[in-house]
Structure formats: C-alpha cells, structure tokens
Design a binder for this molecule. Structure first.
Ligand SMILES: [Zn+2]
Length: 65
C-alpha cells in the first residue's frame, strides 16, 4: 500500500524520524504532534499556515522501494 512520508529533517532538524500516513492530513497530524513534544514548538507555531504549507510541500509518495 502506498503511503505519504515526511521526514522531520525536512524541517531543518537533525532528526531522523519519518512520519507516514495514508494521506497528507495524517502525516501533518503526526509531524505537528512530534514537533510540539520533541522540538518544543507551540501549538500555535505548528498550526501556522507556513508550517502546514512546508510540510504539505515536502510530503512524498512512499512507493515501498
Ligand atoms: Zn524531530
């Protein structure tokens, strides 16, 4: 099954974590939760349009290869 994938390092962090989901919304939710818990961003920061657009623009199709 194909999934969407986003790497935390796409934020510019040195973090190797990847988020996977069936769609962009699932990946966004995981990435935002992680950013708050691990990188100490505030909910207001991760909910900003800039962050949402950054994540959405970098989410890739994982073809399982
Ligand atoms: Zn991270």
């Amino acid at each position: 099954m194909r999934s969407k994938v986003f790497k935390c390092s796409d934020f510019g962090t040195k973090c190797d974590i990847e988020f996977r989901g069936a769609n962009v919304e699932e990946v966004l939710a995981q990435a935002k939760k992680h950013a708050i818990e691990v990188h100490h961003l505030t909910p207001a920061e991760v909910d900003s349009p800039a962050i949402t657009e950054l994540i959405a623009s970098r989410v890739r199709e994982d073809d399982g290869s």
